[in-house]
Design a protein around this ligand. Structure first.
Ligand SMILES: [Zn+2]
Length: 415
């Protein structure tokens, strides 16, 4: 008890920002545009002021010279699974079925630290994949300063239609634990949504389709009415619903049902993307996940032609851009290594976006889309979540790997 008391006393020293800083990079990307010669004044956990060096006072501030760098809002990862690790290390099935939750949580604490050090100060973590509500405790451990990590938006277990998800391929005589919570129909869905909210979900995630077709192909799961019900119940508490959907019909149902983001969207069509635009549904394309999985299956990237799946993804991503669908930035990190989150942003440029548009997606657009407008921009009054990059990622996106400093809530985690 005495030890606990001492620990609690010690926390505010490191966890809560006290210092006033004046950060002096070469330029500031404010979440929307680039400003050469701007500086940023941070007081406690907030941005106090940002503007031309001549107009922002250094009085009472510790001046931090950051020559040769670009300062950006802390990056926001739109699709992570901190409780998963790359499938070429351990298959998804084996992670769900054979790894103790304590092992998975232990790994997740390391993943959280790597994510933060890569400059990602917020993650929208889209499902524990069999680890129950362990994202809730992980988020609490970060918020209480027990472990370093990003701010977390969590969905807990996620919802699946009975029989549709995985692991599968076992005897029908045994019940195999699933990677998300099965619930269908009116009463069970209402209860499951409310239970997940009660346990700590910030958003509800559903699988609008999955590979449960006759040919193990992706097919829709929930009906539009079921999705509408999930959305209605979640919205009553102010929470959004996000949908995994890769088929055109799964996407259509997610959009018409009122989901705010569609994850993956691989088999979208011009008509479906037009529907997304019309309904204001955002696309989180997860380019890096497909890229990683294709390589795990043997594709030698750079030495062999791109597989069909990758070629098709390039086409549909371009269709989404042409339809002016709002693009979130999220890679499905966990399928590939935590800390390598920039891989998605680099691929977004490779697949046709301008670097500055990608950076907008990973900052202001993700913040707006995820209802976290207290961050994602360099603006007075917002949280002092900041990443300092050597070079200029607004021109050369791969500079995102050159992280010099990371600040979250006015505290330097990397300096
Ligand atoms: Zn995912």
């Amino acid at each position: 008890m005495k030890l606990l008391y001492v620990l609690l006393l010690a926390f505010p020293l490191s966890l809560f920002a006290q210092t006033t800083y004046l950060l002096k990079p070469d330029r500031v990307f404010d979440g929307e545009t680039v400003h050469e010669g701007w500086v940023v004044r941070v007081k406690a956990d907030k941005i106090e002021e940002a503007g031309p060096a001549t107009s922002v006072s250094a009085n009472g501030a510790e001046v931090v010279e950051l020559k040769g760098t670009t300062l950006l809002p802390g990056l926001i990862e739109g699709h992570s699974h901190l409780l998963l690790h790359p499938y070429n290390e351990t298959t998804w099935d084996d992670q769900v079925l054979k790894e103790a939750r304590s092992l998975r949580v232990a790994r997740a604490t390391v993943h959280a630290q790597k994510t933060l050090m890569a400059g990602f100060t917020t993650v929208r973590d889209l499902g524990t994949e069999g680890a129950d509500y362990d994202d809730v405790g992980l988020k609490q451990a970060i918020n209480q300063g027990i472990i370093p990590g990003p701010r977390m938006i969590v969905v807990t277990r996620a919802l699946i239609a009975t029989g549709s998800y995985a692991p599968k391929g076992f005897s029908p005589d045994v019940n195999v634990p699933q990677g998300a919570e099965e619930a269908d129909g009116h009463d069970a869905l209402v209860q499951a949504v409310r239970r997940q909210i009660g346990k700590g979900a910030d958003a509800i995630k559903i699988y609008a389709d999955y590979r449960w077709g006759l040919m193990a192909d992706a097919q829709p799961t929930y009906t539009v009415d079921e999705i509408k019900l999930i959305v209605e119940v979640a919205k009553s508490s102010g929470r959004p619903v996000v949908a995994h959907a890769s088929t055109a019909e799964g996407m259509r149902r997610a959009i018409l049902g009122g989901c705010e983001t569609v994850e993956h969207g691989d088999a979208g069509t011009p008509e479906i993307f037009a529907l997304m635009k019309q309904h204001g549904t955002s696309l989180c394309p997860t380019l890096a996940a497909g890229d990683a999985v294709s390589q795990y299956r043997g594709w030698k990237k750079g030495r062999e032609p791109e597989p069909e799946r990758i070629k098709k993804k390039r086409v549909t991503f371009k269709q989404a851009l042409d339809a002016s669908v709002t693009i979130c930035a999220g890679g499905d990190v966990g399928v590939f290594s935590h800390g390598d989150n920039a891989r998605e942003l680099i691929m977004m440029v490779d697949y046709g976006m301008k670097p500055i548009d990608v950076l907008r997606s990973a900052t202001s657009i993700n913040a707006d889309t995820f209802h976290t407008t207290d961050r994602g921009r360099i603006k007075a009054g917002l949280l002092a979540d900041v990443v300092v990059i050597e070079g200029d990622p607004t021109r050369t996106i791969s500079d995102l790997y050159r992280v010099k400093s990371v600040m979250k809530g006015g505290v330097f985690y990397k300096r």
